[in-house]
Design a binder for this molecule. Structure first.
Ligand code: SAH
Length: 214
């Protein structure tokens, strides 16, 4: 398949799966029109890179459905100066989307192979404002905290307390919360000493494994 074929599929993805359905945020939609999602998936499934579902990326993990990436990112309400923490780098695709919309991304993945592959993809795309770590992301990154936005790409029994503690005042955290089979996508915003929680959509994510996860 040619790059121009992938580009046509990507523009169709934005029109049919994302615009109006997931978000009307023009900057986010423009970012998803340019990030080459096919570069982040295994060769064998590249032809499905722009389809409306998650795809296996090895180690029992998945690259999230484009709709879910758009929805989660829209909920973060990113500003160009924001510092963002992502838990569950996976393929690195969402990292690439985030990097174009904020100042800096720290992304944590527990599988070394996935983290290394994601790093290679981001380097190839000359994305320089993302730092990848291989560690238990359920504990966040206290050394770099606080963050203006935190996104968790794995399902958790509760919003990991270590993560909500790493938000700035006014900061937003998006996390799938529920049991191992199904979760609800929650967005919490830190307001002074408290949090305002909103619930968005039922969803199915791989489990957040770790000290503050399963
Ligand atoms: N946004 C990614 C989604 C990857 S799936 C993408 O679109 O490609 C979620 C990822 O979270 C998996 O790669 C899994 O290994 C990782 N994960 C699960 N628990 C984790 C933890 N405690 N710390 C870091 N990564 C974790």
């Amino acid at each position: 398949m040619l790059e121009s074929d992938y580009r046509a599929m990507r523009l169709a993805m934005v029109e049919t799966q994302l615009r109006k359905r997931a978000t009307e945020d023009q900057q986010l939609l423009a970012r998803m029109e340019v990030v080459p999602r096919h570069c982040f998936v295994p060769h064998a499934v590249r032809h499905q890179a722009y389809a409306d579902h998650p795809l296996a990326i090895g180690d029992g993990q998945t690259i999230s459905q484009p709709y879910m990436v758009a929805l989660m990112t829209a909920l973060l309400q990113l500003k160009p100066s924001d510092r963002v923490l992502e838990i569950g780098t996976g393929s690195g695709y969402h990292t690439a989307v985030l990097a174009g919309l904020c100042g800096h991304v720290v992304s944590i993945e527990r599988h070394p192979r996935l983290s290394e592959q994601a790093r290679a993809c981001l380097t190839q795309l000359r994305i320089t404002n993302a730092t990848l770590h291989c560690a238990d992301g359920s504990l966040g990154d206290p050394a770099s905290a606080p963050f203006d936005a935190i996104v968790v790409a794995a399902g958790s029994p509760r919003v990991p307390p270590a993560l909500s503690r790493q938000l700035t005042d006014g900061g937003r955290l998006v996390c799938p919360v529920g049991d191992r089979k199904q979760q609800e996508l929650l967005c919490i915003q830190k307001k002074g000493d408290g949090f305002v929680t909103t619930s968005h959509t039922p969803c199915i994510f791989v489990p957040l494994v770790g000290k503050d996860g399963w």
